[in-house]
Design a protein around this ligand. Sequence first.
Ligand code: CS2
Length: 507
Amino acid sequence: MQDAALAPRLDRSRLGSLPQLGASAPLDPARAGIIHLGLGAFHRAHAAVHTARALAAEGGEWGIIGFANRSRGVVEPMARQDGIYSVLELSDEGVRADLVDVHRGTGIMTEEPGRVVREIADPRRRLLTLTVSEGGYHVSPRTGRLDVDDPQLRADLEGAGDPRTVIGLLARGLTQRAEGGEPFTVLPCDNVSAAGRTARRMLTEFLELSGADDDVLAYVRDHVSFPDAMVDRIVPATTTATSDEVAALLGVRDEAPVRAERFSMWVIEDDFAAGRPAWEKGGAILTPDAGEVERYEQVKLRLLNGPHSLIAYLGALDGRVTIPEAFDQDWIAEATMRLIREEMLPTIDLPSGFDPDAYLEDLSHRWHNHDLGHRTRQVGSDGSMRLPQRIPVPALTHLAAGRTPALLALTVAAWFACVVPPRGFDPGEQARAMTDPAQRRLQEAAARATSPAEHARILLGSGCLTEELAEHEEFTELVAALLTALVTSGPRAAAAEALDASMKENR
Ligand code: CS2
């Protein structure tokens, strides 16, 4: 592999001589129609790629002004590289690298909130995409409403100074945009159920609580659309080895490359108040049917994301560094596939023409992709924001019908064991490397527990997976028993216990 440091820098002069995905956006940043919040690897390997392909098919003024949340890690090299970077695609046929050239400006949300607000208010911008992860929507895991317990959100509600949260930035930007009244679209691209409607709901609650004028509320209601979407592409975190791979393949130094699997899917509700790129010509599926998008979202959250969490937590507890290493363990694969088939699939309506067997075969192939190197610690991080999207609804469905969702309970117990371990239990290096904004708070809440079972009861009782689920004592007891098994007998024995109990009638 070539050392990236020795290769000449990637910049605009390389376009034309190196392979490129789709087409370049128009060069004039003033005509960039899209603002993106959350300029990380996922957006750059997903929506940006579909946008480049749409531009190749139909053109249009759809350059992207991208803001990272707080890190300079992507923004600075992208600025040095004229917004260009490469996507490494890893498939059975090997690896290929292509340039992407659709970004027409970058910045950092937390450093330049005023600029984000001005961009949203600017009539030349017509839509905003979001990849800010689950936490960016500020939905309380306890109540399902706007998370007014969050100090940053509360500060934004009080309105003194620049907004610091995504919802606060959107509210301020749209309030200014309402003066001119130009329509706008906010298109969330995160693994959040009904993300478009959720974003609209959180934003509207925010505006109401902060005392916004009726005109602003009416503008948002009537002239801003919030389509739902399902996004899917596995994108591991970029490492320096990725730059070396690009140097070997393309002969240039790219300090902001991304690597991804070949699979990419984007299903979007076709509800755009101010136009959009021809994404349907760039590999996305657009449908006017919000119900169909929701069915795809549920497939994604319940068949892929929820079970992905289980693989990550069991794998980390078993000392596995990557998802494929974890999924190669027969007992992890068995627990995962039974979680999917028995506890997840029966709780969703499938999109029309959707073949679950083909999807699951594909999924298992994707999870076995060793070249991708997707880490258990990456998928296992932020469980406090991810699991509320993945666990409570299917668990409640089974509990209401008198069945035991033991593999869903195992997912929760394994999350606790990794991220909020009971006193005296060391979950190992991979689990210790997982991060979670609620870790400290949960750890403190459970500090008085004298046993793993009590530890689990306190954590669930705090409402970390909704208050509704916390009311189901049988679920709490299941998690308590499985956490005890994890801590005393290890993940494999706990998984066997859960497999035995799964879907038994409990009344
Ligand atoms: C994963 C997702 O980290 C996670 O929670 O389940 O990032 C997953 O890789 C993507 O959603 C795939 O589209």
